[in-house]
Design a protein around this ligand. Structure first.
Ligand SMILES: *[C@@H]1O[C@H](CO)[C@@H](O)[C@H](O)[C@H]1NC(C)=O
Ligand SMILES: *[C@@H]1O[C@H](CO)[C@@H](O)[C@H](O)[C@H]1NC(C)=O
Ligand SMILES: *[C@@H]1O[C@H](CO)[C@@H](O)[C@H](O)[C@H]1NC(C)=O
Ligand SMILES: *[C@@H]1O[C@H](CO)[C@@H](O)[C@H](O)[C@H]1NC(C)=O
Length: 369
């Protein structure tokens, strides 16, 4: 009798410990809001969108090498950071197989190529989800989960999840810096950044109001050095004004996020950018094991800029030697460096375990390089 009770007690203890471990291991998921730098397939389903990565050679270094909706040859920065934190990769919101169970186990990615902080940004692409639209879609997801697991469990689930907000470059490249947009003549460089911050502040508070507590907001890289910006000048140099806008966005974003996390109870909002490291890689590619930092790996002969990488384009010989994959987007290897820098800056746990289902084409060089 006694020994049976002891055995049962031990068994119950083991089961409870296992249950705690399983809960710890499975409860954390991410909800990702972003643009083409984080899109994992939403635009693939926006059939009228001109911003798509649904053609070869996109995805050539990811999984089976077929296009998967990512605007790069391999992984996005958010993929890599999530992998290093041991979090599952959230599927695209428009993925037809998305169910409540999949959302509870993996989260959702709302990122959409061409999207911006402002509603108007990227309207030249016809279809894309702006950040406000992505937040609306997230509210729909919350209703779905609440109906499935009840109000309290749902609140707990969303409060414990991680949130990533990564937009802003399209608000410059595909809005403010294009003379066809009203914003380009309504604002100047300072007032436009202030307007973006005011809007982003409202959006982050909206997410907080919906229960988001752990949030990472990505800053911008030296976007004046993307190949598309370089071809604007005959010298092929980086666009200095565009880079200054990115720096000013990062400075203001850092202050905004610090203020919010101070004033919103129980919030843990962090802002991280990799501007300096990427700028250094672009100036000294060889130091970091790259061979090219000014033109796209995927290009259509000498015709530049090509709007996108297409099946008729040709690829560079060694994709891990190019900082840029196409006119806009960094390569997998550059994304790995960006992710490593953001992790370092934000002090995220990094246990060296990469749970990525797809192998990385190359390892990042040490940051002390
Ligand atoms: C932006 O779009 C959202 C809907 O997606 C709408 O609720 C909001 O009022 C719009 N904001 C502006 C400034 O137009
Ligand atoms: C939900 O939480 C509230 C407050 O914590 C509690 O009073 C209520 O009983 C809970 N409802 C259910 C169904 O567990
Ligand atoms: C770097 O590029 C140059 C030509 O631009 C080429 O000759 C050289 O072989 C490349 N080096 C590597 C390591 O790929
Ligand atoms: C990961 O690293 C952190 C900090 O060094 C440590 O506390 C934690 O136990 C590690 N987790 C695993 C699974 O190794």
């Amino acid at each position: 009798m006694e020994s049976i009770n002891t055995n049962m007690l031990v068994a119950i203890m083991i089961i409870s410990v296992l249950a705690i471990f399983m809960e710890l291991g499975s409860c954390k998921v991410q909800f990702i809001f972003g643009d083409s730098l984080s899109d994992v397939g939403n635009n693939k389903y926006l059939t009228r969108s001109l911003a798509t990565a649904n053609l070869p050679w996109y995805g050539i270094d990811f999984g089976n090498g077929m296009p998967n909706g990512r605007f790069t040859n391999g992984r996005t920065v958010a993929d890599i950071i999530g992998d290093r934190m041991g979090l599952p990769r959230p599927p695209a919101f428009l993925e037809p197989t998305l169910t409540e169970d999949i959302i509870l186990a993996n989260g959702v990615n709302y990122a959409s190529g061409g999207g911006g902080i402002l509603n108007d940004t990227g309207n030249l692409f016809i279809q894309r989800f702006s950040l406000y639209k992505q937040i609306e879609l997230f509210q729909g997801t919350q209703t779905l989960i609440q109906n499935k697991i009840g109000h309290n469990a749902s609140q707990k689930f969303f409060a414990e999840s991680n949130y990533v907000v990564a937009l802003g470059s399209n608000d410059f490249i595909n809005n403010y810096l294009l003379p066809v947009y009203r914003d380009s003549w309504t604002y100047n460089d300072n007032t436009f950044v202030a307007y973006l911050m005011e809007t982003l502040g409202k959006q982050l508070k909206l997410l907080y109001g919906l229960g988001a507590r752990q949030m990472t907001i990505f800053g911008l890289g030296p976007m004046g050095c993307i190949p598309l910006q370089r071809v604007l000048s005959t010298s092929g140099d980086c666009q200095d004004r565009t880079n200054k806008l990115a720096l000013s966005f990062n400075k203001a974003g850092n202050n905004l996020v610090a203020d919010l996390t101070k004033t919103l109870p129980n919030s843990n909002f962090k802002f991280g950018d990799a501007y300096e490291v990427v700028a250094d890689v672009i100036s000294h590619p060889v130091r970091y094991g790259f061979n090219n930092s000014d033109s796209p790996c995927c290009s259509f002969g000498r015709i530049r800029p090509a709007l996108t990488c297409i099946p008729a384009s040709s690829l560079c010989e060694d994709r891990s030697k190019y900082v840029f994959w196409d006119e806009y987007h960094p390569s997998d290897r550059a994304n790995e460096m960006i992710a490593t820098e953001i992790i370092r800056k934000l002090g995220f746990l990094y246990n060296g375990t990469n749970l990525a289902p797809s192998p990385a084409p190359a390892a990042a060089p040490s940051s002390g390089d």
